[in-house]
Design a binder for this molecule. Structure first.
Ligand code: FES
Ligand code: FE
Length: 436
């Protein structure tokens, strides 16, 4: 099946059926999530042997656990006997995972280590070696972010991330030695996962959608009428669907943040560690936009938060919010970061409540018979911008636009059409050059 038919990249139109159809959703689980490198845990969440964190890769629950070799194993949370979950807690520390149904137990590396009645009932008829938990085909870490893929043919993580993905994660890592604040905030929104993803590139909606949140003055930084910088936008597009879109700093502003006495102010004015920032390149370091690591990891608030958009079914998405603080941050900065982040995004976030309603409305709208005849319109800026390559990474510097959204759906069509990783690697759309 050619999934390119659902996306007209040249006109900026997307078929609304991809937001509601169960069959398409099921194939997304296979062709996108079971193939991609998925963020599963940050190293700071599982520092000790036996520490684990439960996450999800597409339709499979997985456990990321620090094994006895101090590496991270990513195990499928499903007993090899009848499929029951072997871990029910969202995070913790353990020596084994014990299935609550018949009591099979599994080690931190996934090996089947205990079977009640092995001698008396199985009487030599069970090959324990073959019944360890299924595991991710590859696990790798970049700057503290642990990713896993279920596909042995996936390209190595660093190649997958490319320049744009690496800059995206560096927005967090450039703050130095950071850790995830305990307590991942989770809530379900009645929307298709892709609508939550494409919104992160959308700097068109904030002055309208978030007007009431801004007027409430919960974050004084929003008093600045130019805070969303609609005339100072930068877009970087990366291989396999990654992107960064949104406001950017000037070189002078970056210089200021680099000063050793610059104050750490997470509200859009980060202190930067020159040693950690240098590999972002002179363009990457000017980015203050929103990276998405395809398919569903959003880096936001200047690298103080990341959000996973976890698909539950075509019409529901669970959002998981991870908040980062520098390990050496004084208490008042820690409080400021947690206060700002929890009042912006997540279940108590003023801003995300606005967003959630919009995404839900767009998803429900896509169910209508007449409505499905019309396609999503995302043609803002189409054919109006030049990709700049004058030193540093390729990017567009322009006004508010929909380049990131179009790129996301083009990548979606590439992933859905390719039958395996070799085909995806050979045939995915190259990063645009020239006029876009
Ligand atoms: Fe796990 Fe039977 S289902 S022990
Ligand atoms: Fe928003």
């Amino acid at each position: 099946m050619d999934y390119q038919q659902y996306v007209d990249f040249d006109k900026g139109l997307v078929d609304r059926r991809i937001f509601t159809d169960q069959e398409i959703f099921d194939l997304e689980m296979e062709r996108i999530f079971a193939r991609a490198w998925n963020f599963v845990v940050h190293e700071s969440q599982i520092p000790n042997v036996g520490d684990y964190f439960m996450n999800q890769i597409g339709s499979d629950r997985v456990i990321a656990v620090r094994n006895k070799q101090k590496e991270v194993s990513v195990l499928v949370n499903s007993c090899t006997h009848r499929g029951n979950a072997v871990c029910r807690a969202e995070q913790g520390n353990t020596r084994t995972f014990l299935c609550p149904y018949h009591g099979w137990s599994f080690g931190l590396d996934g090996a089947l280590v205990g079977v009640p009645g092995l001698k008396d009932f199985y009487r030599g008829g069970l090959d324990k070696e073959k019944l360890g938990l299924d595991q991710a085909a590859q696990v790798a870490s970049y700057k503290g972010f642990v990713f896993a893929t279920m596909d042995p043919d996936a390209v190595p993580l660093e190649e997958y991330l490319g320049d744009v993905g690496r800059v995206g994660l560096s927005l967090v890592a450039q703050h130095g030695d950071v850790e995830v604040v305990d307590g991942i905030q989770k809530n379900v929104v009645g929307c298709n996962w892709k609508l939550a993803v494409d919104n992160l590139y959308d700097w068109y909606h904030p002055p309208i959608s978030h007007k009431s949140g801004v007027l409430s003055d919960y974050a004084p930084v929003f008093r600045d009428p130019d805070v969303f910088k609609p005339h100072k936008q930068m877009v970087m597009l990366g291989e396999y669907g990654h992107g960064i879109g949104g406001p950017h700093w000037t070189a002078d502003e970056v210089e200021q943040f680099m000063q050793p006495d610059a104050e750490l102010d997470p509200r859009f004015a980060p202190r930067l560690d020159p040693a950690l920032s240098s590999e972002m390149g002179e363009v990457g370091i000017r980015s203050n936009g929103h990276p998405n690591l395809f398919p569903n990891l959003w880096v936001t608030l200047g690298g103080m938060q990341v959000c996973l958009r976890i698909p539950k079914d075509p019409l529901h998405t669970e959002l998981w919010w991870f908040t980062f603080v520098p390990k050496d941050a004084p208490d008042e900065i820690r409080k400021m970061i947690v206060g700002l982040t929890t009042h912006t995004f997540g279940p108590a976030g003023l801003i995300e409540q606005d967003d959630g309603e919009n995404w839900e409305g767009c998803t429900r709208g896509s169910l209508g018979v007449v409505n499905r005849r019309r396609r999503h319109h995302m043609a803002m800026g189409l054919g109006k911008d030049e990709v700049l390559e004058d030193g540093g990474q390729a990017r567009v510097e322009t006004v508010v636009n929909e380049h990131g959204q179009r790129w996301t759906y083009q990548a979606w069509a590439d992933w859905m059409s390719a039958k395996d990783w070799p085909e995806l690697k050979a045939q995915h759309t190259p990063v645009p050059r020239g006029t876009i």
